[in-house]
Design a binder for this molecule. Sequence first.
Ligand SMILES: Cc1cc2nc3c(=O)[nH]c(=O)nc-3n(C[C@H](O)[C@H](O)[C@H](O)COP(=O)(O)OP(=O)(O)OC[C@H]3O[C@@H](n4cnc5c(N)ncnc54)[C@H](O)[C@@H]3O)c2cc1C
Length: 390
Amino acid sequence: MNVIAPILTEQDHQDRQLLESVDRFLDRHVRPVAMQLEHDDTYPQDIVDRMKEMGLFGAVIPVEYGGLGLSAATYSRMIERIAAVWMSVSGIINSHLIMAHIVDRSGTEAQKREFLPRFATGELRGGLALTEPDAGTDLQAIRTTARRDGDHYVVNGTKTWISNGIEGGIFALLVKTDAAAQPRHTGMSMLLAEKGPGFRVGRKLEKLGYKGIDSAELVFEDYRVPADRLIGGVEGRGMACAISGLELGRINVAARGVGIAQAALDESVRYVQQRSTFGKKLHEHQAIALKLGDMATRTEAARLLTQQAARSFDRGERVDYEAGMAKLFATEAALENAIEAMRIHGGYGYSKEFLVERLYRDAPLLVIGEGTNEIQRLLIAKRLIERNPI
Ligand SMILES: Cc1cc2nc3c(=O)[nH]c(=O)nc-3n(C[C@H](O)[C@H](O)[C@H](O)COP(=O)(O)OP(=O)(O)OC[C@H]3O[C@@H](n4cnc5c(N)ncnc54)[C@H](O)[C@@H]3O)c2cc1C
């Protein structure tokens, strides 16, 4: 149930149909099984197979390469819907599509023709491998190296926290091709690394929430990757690739935040009309009504910021400012709404039989991933000064 209907922009007939079919898919195939799969931390293979059939792994891949060619605005509305039902399912598509977006934006024509159609069908799925045990926010501190050896690169190093790391077969891998380069980013490159000899999963990582989707450590030991898998074909562009991927990534994460915030609100609006204390329904207590007012306002503001960032992205503008604000606000909204929903549900909010317990465990990831919210604030401030010099 929506208290306030989502504001739909740029919608045409096809987009509406797609969003309606996503709603049907969620109602039939995700909602009934999400709680059990999540509690068991089981990879949702059946859901993944159905998403492949629907073409969702090609959501933002251009039509000419076999994708659906959705705008970021429509894509983010789709992600919002999925995250409201089970955030982990959105993660399976999101990291894969960030990798695809990097190839689309920065790859050579040959790389686009070779990989994007296979990404679009979901035949070849994967994600983005940036983070290392000693480098997350400070990506220029990564230690994974790729040394050129004839027509191959030889990769050594370890990545951690990689979404889809176990189930995925290919990753956009950030490496150092010149570890001594200054400034450091000029020695960084991105490779398309397909699983094979020398590339193994170190271990599955256990988490507070975001269960079902696999998060893994990936280990590279003299892993040989053909040199034509260097994205864009030129060394030194790795950070630029990562940044362009993270722009879409931040819109993704903002949309997930809107989905979680909306779900927390919806659960609360339902519950306050069922539960009574002191002879009144919960919503008739002013202290609870105030919470609902704040939760609804936060959700709608988060949605508007997310749609605004997505539309700027669709116009081809640089969107780190807008996407940063959307990511910051929407994910904090998710966190606040999740805890308010738990308070409103009282003891039941702490029960594994209620959805709000999962929302409370899923929401914190959003303030960490795709650039922590501390970093978003710093980036927003930096752009603010750049745009307003005196
Ligand atoms: C479930 C999950 C899934 C993930 N999926 C992926 C994935 O698919 N691919 C991938 O590459 N990574 C992934 N990550 C990693 C994630 O992107 C990093 O955890 C995140 O970027 C933060 O890096 P860090 O954990 O190393 O924290 P750190 O960089 O060590 O930061 C620690 C704290 O210090 C703060 N901080 C750091 N530098 C500054 C600064 N200059 N100013 C102010 N504050 C600062 C941070 O905001 C944070 O609060 C995932 C993480 C999780 C938990």
